[in-house]
Ligand binder design. Sequence first.
Ligand code: WT7
Length: 655
Amino acid sequence: MADDPVLEHELEALLEREWFDVPEEFRERALISDLSEHERAAHDPVGWWEEQASALDWFEPWQHALEDEDAPFYRWFAGGRLNVSHNCLDRHVQAGLGERVAFHWHGEEGEQRRITYAQLLADVQRCANALKARGIGPGDVVGIYLPMIPEVVVAMLACARIGAPHNVVFGGFSAESVHERMAFSNASCLITSDGGRRKGRTVAVKAEVDRTMDDLTHLETILVVRHTGVDCPMRDGRDLWWDEALAAADPECPAESLDSEHPLFILYSSGSTAKPKGIQHTTGGYLTGVTWTFRNVFDLRADEDVFWCTADVGWITGHSYIVYGALANAATSVMFEGAPDYPHKGIWWELCERYGVTILYTAPTAIRTCMKWGVEHVRGFDRSALRLLGTVGEPINPKAWAWYWHVVGEGRCPVVDTWWQTETAQIMITTLPGAQRMKPGAAGTPLPGIAAKVVDGEGREVQRDVQGLLTLRQPWPGMLRGLYREPDRYLSGYWERFGAPNYFVGDAAREDRDGYFWVIGRVDDVINVSGHRMSTAEVESAIVSHPKVAEAAVIGQSDEDTGQAICAFVTLRGELDGDDSLTDEIREHVGQRIGKLARPRRVIWTGDLPKTRSGKIMRRLLKDIAEGRQLGDVTTLRDPGVVHEIAASMGDEDE
Ligand code: WT7
């Protein structure tokens, strides 16, 4: 980019502006163009959410909008009955929208599939019946480990149809991670594929998964989608081919009438200990939250727009905005199997042109990568259909914001910076694109029906412009309902600190004088790598499981491309010395245990780690060292010499 002085100059000029106005053409047609919804909701948040819930199809009405007697075990729309797959499919087909495209699927090698709402409904019913034929019913957990192919959506909706909570594992996680998640959640079925594709290569997924699954006695069924044709072992009695099972299944499967609080899914996410948290979401509140936010944050015109969220279905972004929020609104989306640089670095923009994408939702790390690749890849394709841009996953630096606005959106498309989490399930803080001006770097204000505050360590509200801890002050329909089989961890992780209804987010933030929230980053031992959450403890325990390692401490080091990068300080056993080949071995080992994303970018050999007198590793000091900063307070260390030794040895390394 440095070699494009004109662009550099244009971006510099944009960076001087604090505010960006809503483009007038956008405001004129926007669903919401003022703050009246914020005001109405502030007046009566629960009543306002009830109004949004009534836009869904309910089989039976709810008796209580919000039950808080057992707070923080909240219940939304208690007594109401509905079905998510009915709301995402049957409802639209009955309204005559069966021929509308739900997904334009684009495969890695350029294959295309158009999947209409009617086709999706037909496949979902067969898949639901295939699951039922294997004895799966309400409450039985179904694991899903699939690439970005339409079958992943079919599988999720089929589970929702019969009330079997799904537990999707991101395709980039390792077979061992799948095993761990299937074990924790007691899954009775796993839906996976023979193989996966990545940039022209094929990997054997099922064969790899098989290596780890033998001891899971509760796992009675593995349903296998034929995707790459790679060799795939099948075990009699347990494994079934997806296509055969669906062909043999009855074509009709009525949607189960489920309680509003029936579990819809579990999604494992990283916490501050090594064991991932099984975040639980339920039916009525979740669907209400994602349906309203999808429609209004993305200003959806369902009959015209083509929405593209570039996330993987295996993350909450995919659950809420590729699958449930999009389908509940009868939207048309693009689904892309591949990587952003295969077969070429302009593929995203080629897809925008080909499918006429109007709304693009992606992550700051992806924007920075495209920036680095250069504007020619973007400008080589027609993006005139684009009218709205969104980001999620981490704070967006103003330069990347300006580039997104100027190069991708040609100064015409509002940018919504959406702050939320796996736990919140729905977008919480952003700007409504037709109603609120944008400030690059700030996410915006809490959406209607959401209350957020920045507080100090004791829970007292701090003044405007002062950094503190972000809290959410009232329940919202999409909120997590617990951690799978770990109620105490749910209480201690989110509610004990400030007491319900004050939810502890785990992010540092500042609210400015205009009421805009600037989210700084995590305050716990969670690292944000390219918008994905990794736990320091989880990576550390993977490193320590390597036979040559005695001890490890992991920190997130600021990184231009990925936001943060994993940096590991490793002490070896006995008299062993670290070298490059051992670094590779450890990286590979972590990749095997958790997934490629978790591999440390840097491994630093240390003789000892800085610890407090009680033996707690002081990661804060390691961070100072890694980022080349002046060391913070070292007086609480058992042996202050340790940090100086590490710092000195790294000084040598740099020279
Ligand atoms: C954490 C949640 C929400 C789906 C993707 C990540 C960070 C997320 C933003 C944003 C600043 C953000 C926070 C949050 N984060 N969006 N727009 N601005 N930070 O979901 O894996 O549950 O991670 O991501 O730190 O707590 P997740």
